[in-house]
Design a binder for this molecule. Structure first.
Ligand SMILES: Nc1ncnc2c1ncn2[C@@H]1O[C@H](COP(=O)(O)OP(=O)(O)OP(=O)(O)O)[C@@H](O)[C@H]1O
Length: 913
């Protein structure tokens, strides 16, 4: 842009500039620095009363100074980005491109607020560029590896509200159930990607790519709050400026003043609420409302989260699944569910962009649903892919273990890679034989040292280790390069001397378990000490909801932490002491010691399974005859441990202990890899069994892992589990093979017409099928017709749920055919299916010829008065129907009147809505 155009623009766009230039000081500072104005000019302008008058004066002045001054003036507005953020659209509209002469002139942003914002962006940009990687030398750009994960929205009762499309939507309105609360709560299992998701948000903000009005973004790790002493006191101002980012050159305290005036421009992220370790009564938090008041840092956090401090600021809080947070402070809840199969494919492609190894891994994944299940957790996926890549580069023919790989195997693989760094002989060609035991033997000293450090931390409930602790375990500076540990950044640990943490808390748990196994001074009984921290306390009442909101943790620990790190330690202990891993462990531990420890563990597991199962509440089942048992959340960890031990004896004992006819595992946070563990036990079950896995995250991989158990399953409830038609293929093959299924629950999955056709086959082929729930899938008239035809033929089916599909009038027509003279059908829901009066009439006509249906749901369709006379007639004739539910249709008072007349002679109907 040349000077002449600049001069013209200042006249033409004068009003826009007067309106949007809010900070005059920065303009004046720069104009003066470059000699375009002098002190007298400044004084004249500063004597003007209002900001708009000042801007008008500046414009006049600049124009009087000539074209170059005008060009530089515009350039200041462009370069001091945040100070003139409101002018960005204007710059776009004029397609601003500075002339070289102007570009050469420096611009200093002297606006403290935008300068602080810029400083935050730079720091966040720098801190979030890389993903944690193996060794410090080997960093990966976040951009190169970040892959979307599944982000499920839940309401305040823990029910699914669907999925978010992209990271930015986290801050959007979708899914907000409490408008008064300002905290967005993100939960998920260990390693599912909560921290990385925050990192992505922070990184986007630092690049101005996050669509939010936030001028300031403060990130904290919650564990920082545990590093303060009981007597420490800070204010919210200290928290922001001393423990996050200091505003330079702000003598008049303008930044904080601005934050107080416009708290809605502030975004906080607090990562890992579960990592706070403090004895603290979260129910009775004293109110801190003054931003200057100094109090315990944790109180500052609590008051920020509840909106008592900096009301209007936005907060994102993350925690592991099961962490309790007062519901009144949560406005929106997001649960991370890890990689979907498509996400996993993208992630694989990022790891192996051009490599032929991608194909090899892909083939191995396809053949191994359990491995895929493990890989749905990004952390495990990362370990598996990284280890694969590394071991492939060292050995000629490395392949991932074929047999059922356990989580312990995954961490053994990672350790092998780390320890391999010590024994690496530089410059050598690829080796043809991989000898895992040799690698572990050569690295044993180092492994023991890391394991000792991990145990030390676990015993005192700490995830951060000091330099002294590192040294006391015999670890040198060099050993830190291997990859088990990484330095903690100063924000996280609150400054002070260097501190370290394990790459991930699951790795610390793995090494802790290793320590218990390796150390000959730890007796067989002592290895069980962390089980005591996880035992289910009888006193805590169980309800289904408690699976959602009560952490599976020992009540006598502090109120924040989950006990997951102990659960993982126990799990790895089971894995390390398993028979299949004995071959390796015997190189590291005297076989007799190993045997004793294994025996102690097995005996503990057997008795605790027995006690657990005996204490479970039983209820009569409504789905099938017999009793139903609700498992406790801890049962999932028991299952996982049994699977890691690979002990058929314990599995058999557990299966025997499930003496009920129906086991309910709904809302237990079961993910796909857990299905291997469940299957490991269930396939030993002698009798048939109903299995309710509703509201988990088993996905298609999970269904594949359950194949051996379908021969036993009379109830298959897999509602709300992310299943696609590929699961239905497996189900139809297996259920038709055994023909014992009675109840098939599949609502809220991703089933299309192809899946519906397969379900129709199940209905036709399985003579005992009574209930089929297919609601909220993607079934149209095509699938509806298949299902209706199968239902028509079935002599056993009596309960069909099809709500929330889109079968329309054509589908309704097919269901009408099925209804006519059906011998059994008692309960049918065709709600929310886009059925109009045409479909309504067909259904009404069919009702005349039906004498089985008791309850008919037709909520949220478009049935209008046109169908009323047919319905009236149906009501006159039908003598079986007890409930007809027509809420949210298009019936007017006249239509309702006609229905009422139809009811006049009907003796069966109890309710019509
Ligand atoms: N979206 C993602 N894209 C790529 N990699 C990811 C993603 N999410 C997580 N990862 C990988 O998984 C690792 C663990 O993720 P992260 O630390 O975010 O888990 P987390 O849920 O915060 O676990 P924890 O609760 O134990 O702190 C990361 O270091 C990264 O390698």
């Amino acid at each position: 842009m040349d000077g002449a155009r600049a001069l013209k623009l200042l006249t033409l766009h004068r009003e826009v500039l007067v309106e949007r230039v809010r900070n005059t000081q920065c303009v004046l500072d720069n104009l003066q620095n470059q000699g375009f104005i002098c002190t007298e000019d400044l004084e004249i302008i500063q004597h003007t009363n209002t900001r708009t008058q000042q801007v008008r004066k500046i414009l006049e002045l600049v124009q009087s100074k000539g074209e170059e001054a005008c060009a530089y003036f515009i350039h200041i507005l462009h370069e001091a980005y945040d100070a003139y953020i409101d002018l960005r659209p204007w710059f776009q509209s004029i397609q601003y491109e500075p002339a070289d002469s102007v570009r050469a002139l420096p611009v200093i942003n002297t606006d403290p607020i935008s300068r602080y914002s810029e400083k935050l962006r730079q720091e966040l940009g720098r801190d979030t560029r890389f993903l944690t990687s193996y060794a410090q030398r080997e960093e990966t750009l976040l951009e190169d590896l970040y892959t979307n994960t599944q982000m499920e929205l839940l309401n305040d009762r823990g029910e699914s509200l669907g999925y978010l499309e992209c990271v930015e939507d986290i801050l959007g309105e979708q899914g907000v159930f409490n408008k008064e609360a300002e905290t967005i709560f993100i939960t998920g299992d260990a390693g599912v990607g909560k921290s990385v998701l925050l990192q992505k948000l922070q990184n986007l903000w630092s690049k101005r790519e996050l669509n939010t009005g936030a001028k300031f973004f403060f990130k904290f790790r919650c564990r920082m709050f545990s590093t303060f002493k009981d007597t420490d006191e800070i204010s919210v101002k200290d928290l922001i400026f001393k423990h996050n980012c200091y505003p330079d050159l702000d003598p008049d305290n303008e930044v904080f003043g601005y934050i107080l005036r416009f708290p809605e421009t502030v975004l906080f992220t607090f990562d890992g609420y579960d990592e706070i370790q403090m004895d603290f009564d979260t129910e009775n938090v004293p109110e801190v409302v003054s931003p200057e008041e100094k109090t315990h840092p944790l109180l500052v956090l609590m008051n920020l989260l509840s909106g008592k401090l900096l009301k209007g600021s936005r907060k994102i809080l993350t925690a592991r699944t099961g962490t309790e947070v007062q519901s009144r402070i949560i406005g929106k809840k997001v649960v991370l569910r890890g990689f979907s199969p498509d996400h996993l494919k993208s992630y694989l492609a990022l790891h192996f962009p051009t490599n032929e190894h991608r194909e090899v891994v892909s083939v191995q994944l396809d053949a191994n649903p359990h491995l895929c299940g493990l890989c749905s957790i990004p952390l495990f996926s990362w370990i598996i892919f990284k280890s694969f890549k590394h071991l492939q580069s060292v050995y000629d023919n490395f392949e991932l273990p074929e047999s059922c790989i356990t989580l312990t195997n995954v961490f053994l693989l990672l350790s092998e890679v780390f320890l391999g760094h010590i024994t690496k002989r530089p410059g050598l060609l690829k080796r043809s034989t991989r000898c895992t035991s040799d690698t572990f033997k050569s690295g044993l000293k180092m492994l023991s040292a890391f394991a000792k450090l991990a145990l030390l931390g676990m015993e005192k409930g700490s995830f951060i280790c000091s330099q002294e602790e590192v040294t006391s375990c015999g670890l040198s500076e060099d050993s830190l390069q291997i990859g088990f540990l990484r330095p903690v950044s100063h924000y996280d640990a609150c400054g002070g001397a260097a501190t370290f943490e394990f790459l991930h808390v699951t790795l610390q748990a793995f090494l802790t378990a290793f320590s218990l196994v390796l150390d000959s001074e730890v007796s067989p009984e002592e290895i069980l000490k962390f089980f005591a921290k996880c035992e289910y306390k009888k006193s805590s009442r169980f309800s289904c909801v408690s699976c959602l909101c009560t952490p599976s943790r020992a009540r006598d620990t502090d109120p924040f932490m989950t006990n997951e790190h102990f659960q993982f330690t126990n799990l790895f202990l089971c894995g390390l002491l398993s028979k299949p891993n004995a071959a390796l462990l015997e190189h590291l531990v005297p076989p007799l010691d190993l045997k004793k420890k294994r025996r102690a563990l097995k005996s503990y597991l057997s008795s605790s399974v027995r006690i657990h199962l005996r204490g479970l509440p039983r209820y009569p089942s409504t789905d099938i005859q017999g009793s139903k048992v609700h498992v406790m959340p801890n049962f999932l960890w028991i299952l996982r441990c049994i699977f890691e031990t690979h002990s058929e004896d314990v599995a058999r004992l557990t299966a025997k202990g499930i003496s009920a006819d129906y086991i309910k595992l709904a809302y237990c946070n079961i993910y796909s890899a857990d299905c291997s563990a469940l299957n490991f036990v269930l396939h030993h079950h002698r009798k048939s069994l109903g299995v309710d896995l509703d509201n988990n995250n088993i996905s298609d991989y999970g269904v594949k892992q359950l194949v051996p158990s379908f021969s036993k399953m009379t109830v298959v409830r897999f509602c709300v589990n992310q299943l696609t038609d590929s699961s239905i293929e497996v189900l139809s093959r297996e259920l038709i093979r055994y023909k014992i299924v009675r109840v098939l629950g599949l609502y809220k999955n991703h089933i299309t017409d192809a899946g519906a056709k397969l379900v129709a086959q199940i209905i036709e082929e399985c003579p005992h099928i009574m209930t089929v729930k297919m609601g909220c899938n993607h079934i149209t008239a095509v699938g509806g017709r298949f299902l209706a035809e199968a239902i028509k033929k079935s002599k056993s089916i009596f309960d069909v749920g099809m709500w929330g599909n889109s079968i329309g009038d054509e589908g309704a027509e097919a269901f009408a055919e099925a209804l006519k003279n059906h011998p059994k059908l008692t309960n049918l829901s065709l709600s929310a299916n886009g059925i109009s009066s045409e479909g309504g009439r067909s259904l009404a006509r069919a009702l005349k010829e039906n004498s089985s249906l008791h309850i008919f749901w037709l909520i949220q369709n478009s049935i209008s008065d046109d169908a009323a006379s047919e319905l009236q007639e149906a009501l006159r004739r039908n003598t079986a129907l007890t409930h007809l539910i027509l809420i949210d249709n298009k019936l007017s008072a006249r239509g309702a009147q006609m229905l009422a007349e139809g009811l006049a002679n009907n003796t069966s109907i109890k309710e019509i809505k």
